[in-house]
Design a protein around this ligand. Structure first.
Ligand SMILES: CC/C=C\CC(=O)SCCNC(=O)CCNC(=O)[C@H](O)C(C)(C)COP(=O)(O)OP(=O)(O)OC[C@H]1O[C@@H](n2cnc3c(N)ncnc32)[C@H](O)[C@@H]1OP(=O)(O)O
Length: 280
């Protein structure tokens, strides 16, 4: 298991040019262009476990602190799946202390991503429900592969749970209030053309062009002086982030009460069982 994590966690930051001559997984690798790639790899579905969340934050922190990096492409190493969202097993049958630690890690990743000084481009090469969608929404630009299976959205209500206010804010800031309200209440997962139409993603491209498109978009964003772009990003996003920062502990308490309810535990278990039975 420990070995799985070392390999599997795999939030890999690596250079894209020239081709890596060293093994992947080294955060110290630099790219002449200052662009890193973070590849999520937690098979089978890139669920966001406590360990993945923690490793993701550490990777981002290292990249933020290494001034040679100016941009990060966030993508997946799991074929057909960007991320299945938060790891449901972390929210079922665990202790209050575990729920609190897990939720703080979710908050931390969101804050790090949403306020990152780096240019973040999501190269969405697979299905992207709930927490997976949230990660992409924190990025500055989203490129989605044109595959009818690659749905994206905040589908929490379909699990019988509620997307927290800061998930909701992130969506509202991206697609506007009305689209967000409808999408959140109905738990909509949008296929690529619809996702593009409502503004959930910025570009839909053939699957084999997702990475190259993300790189071209990155070049455009990196052409802007960092200080001006970063201050503008902060101007746009900080008020939203501050709302969570000011009430982080209360938000954790709310999550604890919510997730500990019998009815919520029942809903999550039923949803997990449904996923597991799909195969049988
Ligand atoms: C308060 C905030 C609340 C919620 C925020 C969230 O992010 S909740 C998570 C919401 N996620 C989803 O609704 C996605 C659920 N998963 C799927 O729809 C499918 O798994 C997916 C991603 C389309 C992939 O389908 P595929 O057919 O390729 O895989 P399969 O469904 O067979 O899954 C393989 C095994 O992974 C387990 N699994 C799937 N998703 C999760 C998850 N989010 N957390 C934990 N585990 C997950 C699934 O049960 C299978 O397990 P196994 O033991 O092999 O049967």
């Amino acid at each position: 298991m420990a070995q799985d994590l070392v390999d599997g966690l795999l939030i890999k930051a690596r250079s894209h040019l020239p081709p890596p001559s060293e093994p992947l997984g080294k955060l110290s690798k630099r790219d002449r262009k200052g662009v890193a790639v973070i590849k999520l790899k937690n098979p089978p579905v890139n669920s966001l476990s406590l360990e993945v969340l923690t490793e993701f934050v550490i990777s981002l922190e290292k990249l933020e602190n290494d001034k040679t990096f100016r941009g990060v492409i966030v993508t997946s190493d799991c074929p057909g799946i960007f991320s299945a969202g938060l790891d449901l097993t972390e929210m079922c049958g665990k202790s209050q202390a575990h729920y609190a630690e897990f939720w703080r890690a979710v908050q931390e990743l969101w804050l790090r991503l949403y306020l990152s000084n780096l240019v973040l481009i999501a190269a969405i090469n697979g299905v992207s429900p709930a927490g997976g969608c949230l990660i992409s929404l924190t990025c500055d630009y989203r490129v989605l592969a044109d595959n009818p299976k690659y749905n994206i959205g905040l589908n929490e209500t379909l699990l019988g749970v509620v997307a927290p206010s800061w998930f909701k804010d992130t969506l509202v800031n991206t697609v506007g209030h009305r689209t967000a309200e409808r999408a959140l209440q109905l738990g909509l997962l949008f296929p690529p053309a619809e996702a593009l139409r409502v503004g959930m993603v910025d570009q839909v491209v053939p699957e084999d062009q997702v990475h190259s498109t993300a790189l071209s978009v990155m070049a455009q964003w990196l052409a802007v002086p960092d200080h001006a772009r970063q201050l503008t990003k902060s101007l746009m996003r900080k008020p939203t982030a501050d709302r969570l920062v000011k009430q982080r502990d209360a938000d954790i308490q709310y999550f604890l009460q919510f997730v500990s309810r019998d009815s919520i535990q029942k809903s999550l278990r039923m949803y997990l069982d449904k996923l597991r039975q799909k195969k049988g």
